[in-house]
Every structure is written in structure tokens, then in C-alpha cells.
Design a protein around this ligand. Sequence first.
Ligand SMILES: *[C@@H]1O[C@H](CO)[C@@H](O)[C@H](O)[C@H]1NC(C)=O
Ligand SMILES: *[C@@H]1O[C@H](CO)[C@@H](O)[C@H](O)[C@H]1NC(C)=O
Ligand SMILES: *[C@@H]1O[C@H](CO)[C@@H](O)[C@H](O)[C@H]1NC(C)=O
Ligand SMILES: *[C@@H]1O[C@H](CO)[C@@H](O)[C@H](O)[C@H]1NC(C)=O
Ligand SMILES: *[C@@H]1O[C@H](CO)[C@@H](O)[C@H](O)[C@H]1NC(C)=O
Ligand SMILES: *[C@@H]1O[C@H](CO)[C@@H](O)[C@H](O)[C@H]1NC(C)=O
Ligand SMILES: *[C@@H]1O[C@H](CO)[C@@H](O)[C@H](O)[C@H]1NC(C)=O
Length: 367
Amino acid sequence: MVSRITIILFQVFLSLNLHPAKAQAWIKAGYWYSGSDLPVSDINSTLYTHLICAFADLNSSSYHLSIPSSNDRFFSAFTNTVKQKNPSITTLLSIGGGLAKYSTLSAMAGNSTHRKSFIDDSIKTARHYGFQGLDFSWVSANTSDNMDNMGTLFEEWRAAIAMETRNSSLSELILTAAVQYSPRLDSGSFPIDSIRRNLNWIHVLAFDYYMPTWANFTAAFAALYDPDSDVNTDFGIAAWINGGLPASKLVLGLPFYGYAWKLANPNENSIGAPATGPAVTEDGDMSYKDINNYFKTNGAVGPIYNSTYVVDYFIVRSAWISFDGVDVVRIKVSYAKEKALLGYVVWEVSYDDNWGKTKRPSSAICH
Ligand SMILES: *[C@@H]1O[C@H](CO)[C@@H](O)[C@H](O)[C@H]1NC(C)=O
Ligand SMILES: *[C@@H]1O[C@H](CO)[C@@H](O)[C@H](O)[C@H]1NC(C)=O
Ligand SMILES: *[C@@H]1O[C@H](CO)[C@@H](O)[C@H](O)[C@H]1NC(C)=O
Ligand SMILES: *[C@@H]1O[C@H](CO)[C@@H](O)[C@H](O)[C@H]1NC(C)=O
Ligand SMILES: *[C@@H]1O[C@H](CO)[C@@H](O)[C@H](O)[C@H]1NC(C)=O
Ligand SMILES: *[C@@H]1O[C@H](CO)[C@@H](O)[C@H](O)[C@H]1NC(C)=O
Ligand SMILES: *[C@@H]1O[C@H](CO)[C@@H](O)[C@H](O)[C@H]1NC(C)=O
């Protein structure tokens, strides 16, 4: 009996020791992109628990972070600025992004000397600018070597962060990554085991499944479900979880934008209708704010909500515009809660619409 209790106590002690960090509360995160027209001071940071400043780039010879001098003052003021409205907000610096060079990221991740330069400088930079965490956004990683190297990078990065914490009086930096909707690529798979052990969580970029620049049919570009294809959010989230990543490490990406297709024939305007490329803008991409304005000023037909895919769309002459309206955002946030995910992350905070005085921004209704 005594030994039984001893064993149980020992096990309790072990489990306490192995999980010293308290559970992370529901995350309401947003990316702020330095290329947007929204001043950091205009972000309503009370809507978020985490704000992510995007992006720092990589120097292709030193593998240190590089922040263009035009952005330097915004990045260095970011944390203090967003804490003015919400002192308990947590800030992260995101590295990489869609415009970062594949060859530089790939060379960095593939060489231990370069990884060390990168890791050490990233920690120094985060501290220097006052960020509380780092987010790694290598969206172009596309080979199994890239993925293996990314796993090694996360391993070494976490070790360096833990070491830095032991040596300083500061709290440990958060480490996250932005990843594709599914861990499986044509070639290779995200390093789920390393992610589980070394990252606090991942931001699942659950959108851009179809774009008018290459899909010659209208489509739900961020479909929650799709009865005819694996390219949908529910499939991707299940693949991450079945691959071994706990749901509590997944933060669901919500697009605050949409896409406009040009219909081949305005009378054929359902999801999957023939299309001939982008409409309204060069690539067809439109912020939620611009979509609302376009809807209001152009005598649109719709919006139509399609529950098979969970998407909204409307039609203006030959333009077919799909987006996540307030109803869709609500459903996706409920989905994230039902699946016991860790929260949601918005791309991008400046795309939101404050709807004037009578209606609240869509992010405000994300619970
Ligand atoms: C990259 O780093 C090298 C070596 O430290 C430096 O000479 C160069 O100016 C840097 N390039 C940029 C674009 O910052
Ligand atoms: C890694 O980079 C260093 C410094 O440029 C170089 O000396 C070394 O040969 C590289 N290692 C590999 C395995 O390519
Ligand atoms: C991976 O992406 C890079 C950059 O887009 C491209 O140059 C390269 O050919 C791709 N590799 C594979 C195997 O698809
Ligand atoms: C932390 O301290 C250890 C030993 O005290 C030292 O070896 C190591 O270089 C230090 N690391 C950092 C990142 O300062
Ligand atoms: C769309 O593209 C596919 C693949 O390139 C092609 O087979 C199909 O005929 C195209 N459809 C239309 C309506 O242009
Ligand atoms: C959603 O759109 C597809 C394609 O047009 C259609 O087959 C399906 O019936 C729609 N779902 C609902 C619930 O209307
Ligand atoms: C910021 O968001 C909060 C929470 O929804 C809201 O109460 C407040 O009015 C908003 N502030 C501004 C300036 O929009």
C-alpha cells in the first residue's frame, strides 16, 4: 500500500516535472504585415492575445536577420506600441514569408554553421527589439531534405533558446512556425516530431487552396470541407493530428481576404464554374475591407453562403468573389474549439473592416 502510494506520488511528481509550463490559454493571434497601410498604433490590440510582426528577412551571406531600414523604427516600436492598448498582449517577430528567398532559407537550414549564425542572431534580435517570441515562416520549403533540415533547425533553436533563458533573467522566448494546411507535401512531410518537441505551436495557413491566377474554375480558396477533394482545412487539420501533433499545438489560420475570379459565362456562377483568370485586381486578391466596399457599391448578387464548403461568395457582372464573411469566421472559430485546437490566427489585421459605427469588425466576433 505504502509503496503503491509512493509510486503514484512519484508519478505525479514526474508528470509535474515534465510539464512545468502552465497550459496555454485560447490564442487569438493576428499577423501585422509591414507592407500594409495600417499604422501599428491603429491596431486594436485588445482584440488579440498575440500579435505577430511580419517579416524579418535573412541575409544571404551572414544568415543573420535583416530588417530593412525603412521598417526598423516600426519593428523596434512594435511591442511597446501594441502594449499601450493591451498591456498583456504577447508579441512575436516572424521571419521569412512569401517573399523570402528559397535559396537562402534552404542554404541556412542545410548547414549547421549557418543555422547557428541564424539562431544566435534571431535570439539577439528578438531581445533587442523587445519581442517575446519568434515565428519561422518558410512557406516555400518543398523537399524532404528541407523538411528534415527544418526539424534539425527547430531542435537546435529550442536548445539555444532554453540556454539563453537559463543565462538570463528573461522569460523563455516562444518559438512557432507558419506551416501549410497539411503536413504532407508532394515530396516529404513537415517534421512533426521535432515540431511537437520544440515549438510552442504552429500557425496553420489554411487558405490559398485555389487562386484565380492558376485555377480556371471558381473555388472555395479556404474551404473548411470539400466532399470531392482532400484539399480542405478539415482534412489538413486531421492529417496534422493523425500524424502525431496534439491538437493543442495547432492554431488555425483565418483569411481576412478573398479572391475575385472572372467568370467565363456570367450565367454559370456556382462554385466550380469555368473562369478565365483574376477579376477586379491584378491577381484577384482583395482584403475583406475592399470586398465589403465592392459589395456595397456595385449592386452585387448575394452574398451566397455555401455550407458544403463553408464559404461566402457574391457576383458582380462577370466578377465572382469568394471570401470568409462573419458567418464563416464564426463557424471556423467554433470548429477550432470543437477540435480542441489552441486558437486562431488572422492574416492580416489590416484587412479587417470596421464596418462604420453600427457593426463590429469581424475579428471582434471571433470568440
Ligand atoms: C549581409 O551581411 C554581409 C556580411 O555581414 C554584409 O556585408 C551585407 O551588407 C549584408 N547585406 C544586407 C543586404 O544587409
Ligand atoms: C557550411 O558552411 C560553412 C561556412 O560557409 C562551410 O565551411 C562548410 O563547408 C559548410 N558545410 C557543409 C556541410 O556544406
Ligand atoms: C522548390 O521551390 C523552389 C523555389 O520556388 C524551386 O526553385 C524548386 O525548383 C522547388 N523544388 C522542387 C523539388 O519542387
Ligand atoms: C550560457 O552559460 C553557459 C555556462 O554558464 C555558457 O557556456 C554559454 O555560452 C552561455 N550561453 C549563452 C547563450 O549566453
Ligand atoms: C482548365 O485547365 C485544365 C488543365 O489545364 C484543362 O484540362 C481544362 O480544359 C481547362 N478548362 C477550361 C474551361 O478552360
Ligand atoms: C455548394 O456548391 C456546390 C457546387 O455548386 C453545390 O453542389 C452544393 O449543393 C452547394 N451546397 C449547398 C448546401 O447549397
Ligand atoms: C477595440 O475592440 C474592443 C473589443 O471588441 C472594443 O470594445 C473597442 O471599442 C475597440 N476599439 C476601437 C477603437 O475600435
